[in-house]
Design a protein around this ligand. Structure first.
Ligand code: C2E
Ligand code: CA
Ligand code: CA
Ligand code: CA
Length: 281
Protein backbone atom coordinates (compact mmCIF):
# COMPACT_ATOMS: atom_id res chain seq x y z
CA UNK A 1 0.00 0.00 0.00
CA UNK A 2 1.03 3.58 -0.65
CA UNK A 3 2.46 5.32 2.40
CA UNK A 4 0.61 8.38 3.59
CA UNK A 5 3.24 10.78 4.92
CA UNK A 6 5.97 10.01 7.40
CA UNK A 7 5.63 7.03 9.72
CA UNK A 8 2.19 6.21 8.41
CA UNK A 9 1.03 3.48 6.17
CA UNK A 10 -2.27 2.14 4.94
CA UNK A 11 -3.37 -1.44 5.27
CA UNK A 12 -5.21 -2.58 2.20
CA UNK A 13 -8.34 -3.98 3.83
CA UNK A 14 -11.02 -6.11 2.15
CA UNK A 15 -13.36 -3.10 2.32
CA UNK A 16 -10.86 -0.99 0.44
CA UNK A 17 -10.44 -3.80 -2.07
CA UNK A 18 -14.21 -3.76 -2.60
CA UNK A 19 -14.18 0.02 -3.03
CA UNK A 20 -11.31 -0.11 -5.50
CA UNK A 21 -13.15 -2.72 -7.53
CA UNK A 22 -16.30 -0.63 -7.51
CA UNK A 23 -14.39 2.42 -8.75
CA UNK A 24 -12.78 0.38 -11.51
CA UNK A 25 -16.21 -0.92 -12.51
CA UNK A 26 -17.65 2.62 -12.50
CA UNK A 27 -14.73 3.87 -14.56
CA UNK A 28 -15.30 1.14 -17.14
CA UNK A 29 -19.02 1.82 -17.31
CA UNK A 30 -18.44 5.58 -17.57
CA UNK A 31 -16.38 5.08 -20.72
CA UNK A 32 -19.45 3.73 -22.49
CA UNK A 33 -22.07 5.89 -20.82
CA UNK A 34 -22.04 8.72 -23.37
CA UNK A 35 -22.41 6.53 -26.44
CA UNK A 36 -25.04 4.45 -24.65
CA UNK A 37 -26.92 7.67 -23.90
CA UNK A 38 -27.07 6.99 -20.18
CA UNK A 39 -26.54 10.61 -19.11
CA UNK A 40 -29.38 13.06 -18.76
CA UNK A 41 -29.40 16.70 -17.83
CA UNK A 42 -31.67 17.91 -15.03
CA UNK A 43 -32.49 21.58 -14.68
CA UNK A 44 -32.94 23.52 -11.45
CA UNK A 45 -34.61 26.95 -11.57
CA UNK A 46 -32.71 30.05 -10.50
CA UNK A 47 -35.15 32.68 -9.23
CA UNK A 48 -34.76 36.44 -9.37
CA UNK A 49 -35.51 37.55 -5.79
CA UNK A 50 -36.73 40.97 -7.00
CA UNK A 51 -39.44 39.68 -9.30
CA UNK A 52 -39.89 36.24 -7.75
CA UNK A 53 -39.75 34.75 -11.24
CA UNK A 54 -37.51 32.14 -12.84
CA UNK A 55 -34.54 33.85 -14.48
CA UNK A 56 -32.68 30.75 -15.57
CA UNK A 57 -31.70 27.17 -14.87
CA UNK A 58 -28.61 25.34 -13.71
CA UNK A 59 -27.82 22.22 -15.73
CA UNK A 60 -26.97 19.27 -13.47
CA UNK A 61 -25.92 15.95 -14.94
CA UNK A 62 -27.43 12.59 -13.91
CA UNK A 63 -26.31 9.10 -14.82
CA UNK A 64 -28.84 6.37 -15.31
CA UNK A 65 -26.68 3.34 -14.75
CA UNK A 66 -28.12 0.18 -16.36
CA UNK A 67 -27.95 -1.86 -13.12
CA UNK A 68 -27.19 0.60 -10.31
CA UNK A 69 -29.98 3.02 -11.16
CA UNK A 70 -29.53 6.76 -10.81
CA UNK A 71 -25.96 7.60 -9.78
CA UNK A 72 -25.51 11.09 -8.36
CA UNK A 73 -22.80 13.37 -9.75
CA UNK A 74 -21.17 13.50 -6.32
CA UNK A 75 -20.39 9.80 -6.79
CA UNK A 76 -19.30 9.64 -10.41
CA UNK A 77 -17.77 13.06 -11.16
CA UNK A 78 -14.66 12.35 -9.02
CA UNK A 79 -14.27 9.01 -10.84
CA UNK A 80 -14.71 10.72 -14.21
CA UNK A 81 -12.08 13.31 -13.23
CA UNK A 82 -9.66 10.57 -12.24
CA UNK A 83 -10.30 8.65 -15.46
CA UNK A 84 -9.84 11.72 -17.67
CA UNK A 85 -13.46 11.55 -18.85
CA UNK A 86 -14.82 14.70 -17.23
CA UNK A 87 -14.14 17.07 -20.15
CA UNK A 88 -16.15 14.80 -22.44
CA UNK A 89 -19.05 14.70 -20.00
CA UNK A 90 -18.97 18.47 -19.44
CA UNK A 91 -18.89 19.10 -23.18
CA UNK A 92 -21.88 16.80 -23.62
CA UNK A 93 -23.78 18.61 -20.83
CA UNK A 94 -22.94 22.00 -22.39
CA UNK A 95 -24.16 20.89 -25.80
CA UNK A 96 -27.32 19.28 -24.40
CA UNK A 97 -28.24 22.22 -22.16
CA UNK A 98 -27.69 24.79 -24.92
CA UNK A 99 -29.80 22.88 -27.43
CA UNK A 100 -32.51 22.41 -24.81
CA UNK A 101 -32.66 26.17 -24.23
CA UNK A 102 -32.70 26.83 -27.96
CA UNK A 103 -35.57 24.38 -28.30
CA UNK A 104 -37.60 26.04 -25.55
CA UNK A 105 -36.91 29.44 -27.10
CA UNK A 106 -37.96 28.27 -30.56
CA UNK A 107 -41.22 26.93 -29.16
CA UNK A 108 -41.71 30.20 -27.27
CA UNK A 109 -41.87 28.30 -23.97
CA UNK A 110 -39.32 30.59 -22.33
CA UNK A 111 -38.52 34.23 -22.84
CA UNK A 112 -35.41 35.31 -24.73
CA UNK A 113 -33.52 36.32 -21.60
CA UNK A 114 -33.75 32.99 -19.73
CA UNK A 115 -30.25 31.69 -19.07
CA UNK A 116 -28.69 28.29 -18.58
CA UNK A 117 -25.74 27.79 -16.24
CA UNK A 118 -23.30 24.99 -16.94
CA UNK A 119 -20.66 23.65 -14.55
CA UNK A 120 -17.08 23.64 -15.80
CA UNK A 121 -14.68 21.16 -14.25
CA UNK A 122 -11.08 22.22 -13.62
CA UNK A 123 -10.07 19.90 -16.43
CA UNK A 124 -12.27 21.48 -19.09
CA UNK A 125 -11.51 24.95 -17.77
CA UNK A 126 -7.80 24.44 -18.41
CA UNK A 127 -8.34 22.63 -21.72
CA UNK A 128 -6.67 24.68 -24.51
CA UNK A 129 -9.70 23.99 -26.75
CA UNK A 130 -12.20 25.41 -24.24
CA UNK A 131 -12.90 28.58 -26.23
CA UNK A 132 -13.31 26.63 -29.45
CA UNK A 133 -15.65 24.17 -27.75
CA UNK A 134 -17.77 27.02 -26.35
CA UNK A 135 -17.90 28.91 -29.64
CA UNK A 136 -18.77 25.81 -31.63
CA UNK A 137 -21.52 24.94 -29.17
CA UNK A 138 -22.99 28.44 -29.35
CA UNK A 139 -22.93 28.23 -33.13
CA UNK A 140 -24.34 24.75 -33.53
CA UNK A 141 -27.13 25.29 -30.98
CA UNK A 142 -27.81 28.86 -32.14
CA UNK A 143 -28.12 30.31 -28.67
CA UNK A 144 -26.75 33.72 -27.81
CA UNK A 145 -23.77 33.97 -25.42
CA UNK A 146 -26.05 36.11 -23.21
CA UNK A 147 -28.12 32.98 -22.56
CA UNK A 148 -25.14 30.98 -21.30
CA UNK A 149 -23.49 31.22 -17.90
CA UNK A 150 -20.51 29.18 -16.80
CA UNK A 151 -19.89 28.10 -13.21
CA UNK A 152 -16.35 27.54 -11.99
CA UNK A 153 -15.00 26.89 -8.53
CA UNK A 154 -12.39 28.92 -6.70
CA UNK A 155 -9.99 26.00 -6.93
CA UNK A 156 -10.21 25.99 -10.73
CA UNK A 157 -9.03 29.61 -10.67
CA UNK A 158 -6.39 29.07 -8.01
CA UNK A 159 -4.84 26.09 -9.78
CA UNK A 160 -3.27 28.35 -12.38
CA UNK A 161 -4.37 31.89 -11.68
CA UNK A 162 -2.43 33.61 -14.47
CA UNK A 163 -3.87 31.36 -17.13
CA UNK A 164 -7.30 31.53 -15.47
CA UNK A 165 -7.34 35.33 -15.73
CA UNK A 166 -6.71 35.11 -19.48
CA UNK A 167 -9.33 32.42 -20.12
CA UNK A 168 -11.93 34.20 -17.99
CA UNK A 169 -11.28 37.44 -19.83
CA UNK A 170 -11.74 35.74 -23.20
CA UNK A 171 -15.01 34.16 -22.07
CA UNK A 172 -16.29 37.49 -20.76
CA UNK A 173 -15.37 39.12 -24.08
CA UNK A 174 -17.60 36.55 -25.79
CA UNK A 175 -20.45 37.93 -23.67
CA UNK A 176 -20.71 34.98 -21.28
CA UNK A 177 -21.43 35.56 -17.59
CA UNK A 178 -19.11 33.80 -15.16
CA UNK A 179 -20.08 32.57 -11.71
CA UNK A 180 -17.89 31.53 -8.83
CA UNK A 181 -19.51 28.33 -7.54
CA UNK A 182 -19.58 27.25 -3.87
CA UNK A 183 -18.23 30.60 -2.68
CA UNK A 184 -17.10 30.44 0.93
CA UNK A 185 -15.91 26.84 0.86
CA UNK A 186 -12.46 27.67 -0.50
CA UNK A 187 -9.75 29.93 0.80
CA UNK A 188 -10.10 32.92 -1.46
CA UNK A 189 -11.54 36.26 -0.42
CA UNK A 190 -13.67 38.58 -2.48
CA UNK A 191 -10.73 40.96 -2.56
CA UNK A 192 -8.69 38.29 -4.30
CA UNK A 193 -11.45 37.14 -6.67
CA UNK A 194 -12.08 40.74 -7.66
CA UNK A 195 -8.90 40.57 -9.76
CA UNK A 196 -10.61 38.11 -12.05
CA UNK A 197 -13.28 39.13 -14.56
CA UNK A 198 -16.06 37.11 -12.88
CA UNK A 199 -19.41 38.76 -12.34
CA UNK A 200 -21.57 36.41 -10.26
CA UNK A 201 -21.01 34.94 -6.82
CA UNK A 202 -22.82 31.77 -5.75
CA UNK A 203 -22.88 31.55 -1.97
CA UNK A 204 -22.53 27.92 -0.93
CA UNK A 205 -25.54 26.33 0.67
CA UNK A 206 -23.67 25.64 3.92
CA UNK A 207 -23.95 29.40 4.60
CA UNK A 208 -27.64 29.55 3.76
CA UNK A 209 -28.51 26.44 5.76
CA UNK A 210 -30.12 27.37 9.13
CA UNK A 211 -29.46 31.08 8.49
CA UNK A 212 -32.76 31.77 10.30
CA UNK A 213 -31.32 30.37 13.55
CA UNK A 214 -27.91 31.93 13.25
CA UNK A 215 -27.44 35.70 13.41
CA UNK A 216 -23.71 35.34 12.69
CA UNK A 217 -24.44 33.64 9.38
CA UNK A 218 -26.86 36.42 8.49
CA UNK A 219 -24.20 39.06 9.26
CA UNK A 220 -21.66 37.18 7.19
CA UNK A 221 -23.93 36.87 4.15
CA UNK A 222 -24.98 40.48 4.53
CA UNK A 223 -21.33 41.56 4.37
CA UNK A 224 -20.64 39.36 1.36
CA UNK A 225 -23.65 40.76 -0.49
CA UNK A 226 -22.73 44.41 0.09
CA UNK A 227 -19.08 43.80 -0.83
CA UNK A 228 -20.10 41.93 -3.96
CA UNK A 229 -22.44 44.72 -4.99
CA UNK A 230 -19.66 47.29 -4.46
CA UNK A 231 -17.54 45.47 -7.02
CA UNK A 232 -20.54 45.07 -9.32
CA UNK A 233 -21.06 41.37 -8.84
CA UNK A 234 -24.49 39.73 -8.58
CA UNK A 235 -25.13 37.23 -5.81
CA UNK A 236 -26.95 33.90 -5.95
CA UNK A 237 -27.80 32.07 -2.71
CA UNK A 238 -27.73 28.29 -3.08
CA UNK A 239 -29.78 25.77 -1.12
CA UNK A 240 -32.76 27.91 -0.10
CA UNK A 241 -35.15 25.44 1.51
CA UNK A 242 -37.55 27.49 3.66
CA UNK A 243 -39.71 30.60 3.22
CA UNK A 244 -37.87 32.14 6.22
CA UNK A 245 -34.51 31.76 4.46
CA UNK A 246 -35.96 33.33 1.33
CA UNK A 247 -37.33 36.25 3.33
CA UNK A 248 -34.00 36.94 5.04
CA UNK A 249 -32.02 36.77 1.80
CA UNK A 250 -34.49 38.94 -0.04
CA UNK A 251 -34.28 41.57 2.71
CA UNK A 252 -30.48 41.46 2.51
CA UNK A 253 -30.71 42.37 -1.17
CA UNK A 254 -29.50 39.03 -2.50
CA UNK A 255 -30.13 39.04 -6.27
CA UNK A 256 -30.99 35.42 -7.03
CA UNK A 257 -31.88 32.23 -5.21
CA UNK A 258 -31.79 28.54 -5.94
CA UNK A 259 -32.98 25.63 -3.82
CA UNK A 260 -35.60 23.03 -2.99
CA UNK A 261 -38.02 25.75 -1.84
CA UNK A 262 -38.43 26.71 -5.49
CA UNK A 263 -37.78 23.34 -7.08
CA UNK A 264 -35.48 20.35 -7.06
CA UNK A 265 -33.51 19.75 -10.26
CA UNK A 266 -35.97 18.28 -12.78
CA UNK A 267 -35.91 16.49 -16.13
CA UNK A 268 -36.78 18.80 -19.04
CA UNK A 269 -40.40 17.64 -19.44
CA UNK A 270 -41.10 18.45 -15.77
CA UNK A 271 -39.53 21.87 -16.27
CA UNK A 272 -42.17 22.45 -18.94
CA UNK A 273 -44.93 21.65 -16.43
CA UNK A 274 -43.33 24.02 -13.94
CA UNK A 275 -43.09 26.82 -16.52
CA UNK A 276 -46.70 26.25 -17.58
CA UNK A 277 -47.84 27.01 -14.03
CA UNK A 278 -46.05 30.42 -14.25
CA UNK A 279 -44.67 30.21 -10.71
CA UNK A 280 -43.77 33.28 -8.69
CA UNK A 281 -42.29 33.37 -5.20
P1 C2E B 1 -23.22 22.33 -7.40
O1 C2E B 1 -22.71 22.87 -8.70
O2 C2E B 1 -22.95 23.12 -6.18
O3 C2E B 1 -24.78 22.09 -7.62
C1 C2E B 1 -25.75 22.28 -6.63
C2 C2E B 1 -26.08 20.99 -5.94
O4 C2E B 1 -26.91 21.29 -4.81
C3 C2E B 1 -26.90 20.03 -6.79
O5 C2E B 1 -26.54 18.70 -6.43
C4 C2E B 1 -28.32 20.32 -6.36
O6 C2E B 1 -29.21 19.25 -6.58
C5 C2E B 1 -28.12 20.58 -4.89
N1 C2E B 1 -29.18 21.42 -4.33
C6 C2E B 1 -29.86 22.43 -4.93
N2 C2E B 1 -30.73 23.00 -4.09
C7 C2E B 1 -30.61 22.36 -2.92
C8 C2E B 1 -31.27 22.50 -1.64
O7 C2E B 1 -32.15 23.33 -1.44
N3 C2E B 1 -30.86 21.65 -0.64
C9 C2E B 1 -29.91 20.71 -0.85
N4 C2E B 1 -29.59 19.93 0.18
N5 C2E B 1 -29.27 20.54 -2.03
C10 C2E B 1 -29.62 21.37 -3.06
P2 C2E B 1 -26.18 17.60 -7.51
O8 C2E B 1 -27.06 17.77 -8.72
O9 C2E B 1 -26.17 16.29 -6.82
O10 C2E B 1 -24.73 17.98 -7.96
C11 C2E B 1 -23.65 17.90 -7.07
C12 C2E B 1 -22.41 18.52 -7.66
O11 C2E B 1 -21.95 17.75 -8.78
C13 C2E B 1 -22.63 19.93 -8.21
O12 C2E B 1 -22.62 20.86 -7.14
C14 C2E B 1 -21.46 20.06 -9.14
O13 C2E B 1 -20.28 20.39 -8.42
C15 C2E B 1 -21.31 18.65 -9.67
N6 C2E B 1 -21.96 18.59 -11.00
C16 C2E B 1 -23.26 18.38 -11.33
N7 C2E B 1 -23.42 18.39 -12.67
C17 C2E B 1 -22.19 18.63 -13.21
C18 C2E B 1 -21.68 18.75 -14.56
O14 C2E B 1 -22.40 18.67 -15.57
N8 C2E B 1 -20.35 18.98 -14.69
C19 C2E B 1 -19.51 19.08 -13.60
N9 C2E B 1 -18.21 19.30 -13.83
N10 C2E B 1 -19.96 18.99 -12.34
C20 C2E B 1 -21.27 18.77 -12.14
CA1 CA C 1 -22.82 24.69 -9.81
CA1 CA D 1 -22.66 25.26 -5.87
CA1 CA E 1 -21.41 22.17 -4.41
Amino acid sequence: AKSKGRNRYCVFTPVMHQQALKILQLENDLKRAIERQEFIVYYQPIVCLCTGKISGFEALVRWQHPTMGMVSPGDFIPVAEEAGLISLIDTWVLQTACSQVHNWQKQKLISEDITVSVNLSVRLFSNPSLLTIINETLQSTQISPQNLKLEITESAIMENSELAAIILQELRECGIDLSIDDFGTGYSSLGYLHRFPVNILKIDRSFVNSIEQDGKKTDLISTVISLAHKIEMKVIAEGIETPEQLEILRNLGCDFGQGYLFSKPLASNFILDLLASAPQW
